[in-house]
Design a protein around this ligand. Structure first.
Ligand SMILES: O=c1nc[nH]c2cc3[nH]c(NCCN4CCCCC4)nc3cc12
Length: 379
């Protein structure tokens, strides 16, 4: 389990730091991921409202798929028989899959957590399903993701200390089982552990130290972006990141807004995923260099200007706000499509700016200027 060895099909190289911010390169069997990286979320094997070529052209190196959705429909064994996720979907680049535990807790009916597994009824057809750490690893292997996640239990916040402690210790035992199942067939792919511990520093420390002792290719910080204020999320990153190995990637799950990402990169996070760019796009909200713009707002009805005339992304600099406003108000599918690509392109533009700034030792200036631009707002 030594992914710093660059002769392995999967390995991480730390290329530069600026304060606690890091830039690196994560090599996987399906390609290279530039970090800090934002992973668009293709939950059920598709990027809602976009073609894969647009996701690639926007600058995304890696996308996320969800084990929970894909194992229920179309089924992991079926995807394996059809060549795995990359062949099945046509996205021929790196993919990371979440283990399924989080979605079970947020989407499934009649779910029950035991030491052995979580059992639930499919939200699609009501079928009874059991998801153990071993089955989750088996499913992720069938899907063929380059980076698999351990099975864990994420507790929504606020929560009682006893419940956070119980879920954190269960997740550590599941981490051990996930690794054992993963190592039963070493094949050059990666497995990440997930730090739990809620908003309690001592439990975060215990979780991080326990995972490092087990040893993983990378370490996710989970149990955040689950209802807590941003200040609490950032405080838990401050408590956790310094305990994680410098030479392994750190992944903050489910995060977040551009502001969340900038703050987390400043604290040493390398990887992110969030549905926000595509979900907000479908709801008519654009992310731009000057903050968010709600195209449903009547103020755009006669505005011939594009969202950002300086943007490198064609749709951001070519379409009049009045047209985007019209599409959104008319419920035209093209509105959701254009705003999804515009938003994914902005997130990747932000990540490229972050990587360049860290590489040049100018992250602090980039951080200040970016926040000033957001604060200036959309004129
Ligand atoms: O602790 C986790 N383990 C496994 N997967 C996770 C996924 C997560 N996703 C989130 N937050 C998602 C927040 N997102 C923001 C935009 C709207 C939909 C919800 N926290 C997470 C924690 C975990």
């Amino acid at each position: 389990m030594n992914p710093s060895d660059t002769s392995l099909p999967s390995h991480f190289e730390l290329l530069g730091t600026d304060g606690a911010a890091r830039t690196g390169r994560l090599t996987t069997p399906h390609g290279v991921v530039r970090t800090p990286a934002f992973m668009p979320v293709g939950t059920a094997g598709a990027m809602k409202g976009m073609h894969w070529r647009e996701v690639r052209d926007a600058g995304a190196d890696i996308v996320l798929g969800n084990t929970y959705h894909l194992m229920l429909r179309p089924g992991a064994e079926r995807i394996a028989a059809l060549g795995g996720l990359q062949t099945f979907t046509g996205w021929n680049g790196p993919m990371l899959t979440d283990s399924g535990g989080f979605q079970v807790m947020s989407l499934a009916d009649l779910r029950k957590v035991s030491e052995h597994a979580v059992t639930f009824r499919s939200h699609i057809d009501g079928a009874k399903v059991e998801l153990s750490p071993e089955r989750s690893i088996e499913v992720q292997r069938y899907l063929g993701s380059d980076i698999a996640m351990q099975m864990d239990e994420c507790v929504r916040l606020p929560a009682e200390r006893d419940d956070i402690d119980r879920a954190m210790r269960l997740s550590l035992r599941w981490a051990e089982r996930s690794k054992r199942a993963f190592e039963s067939a070493p094949d050059g792919y990666m497995l990440f552990g997930i730090v739990q511990g809620g908003d309690i520093p001592q439990l975060r420390h215990a979780s991080a130290q326990g995972l490092v002792e087990i040893g993983f290719h990378g370490y996710a910080i989970g149990g955040l972006a689950v209802g807590e204020p941003q200040a609490v999320m950032l405080a838990m990153i401050d408590e956790t990141a310094p305990l994680l190995p410098q030479e392994r990637p750190r992944y903050l799950m489910g995060v977040g807004t551009p502001d969340d990402i900038l703050e987390a990169v400043k604290r040493g996070i390398d990887m992110f995923d969030c549905v926000m760019p595509t979900r907000n796009g479908r709801h008519g909200v654009a992310f731009t260099r000057f903050g968010q713009v709600n195209l449903r707002n009547a103020r755009h009805a006669d505005d011939p200007r594009p969202l950002d005339a300086e943007s490198p992304w064609p749709s951001t600099r070519n379409y009049a706000r009045a047209y985007l406003h019209h599409l959104v108000k008319a419920g035209e599918t093209l509105g959701a499509m254009l705003l999804s690509e515009i938003n994914i392109a902005y997130y990747q533009f932000l990540m490229q700016g972050i990587r360049d700034a860290i590489a040049h030792g100018t992250f602090d200036e980039f951080y200040q200027r970016t926040r000033e631009d957001w604060a200036r707002g959309d004129i």
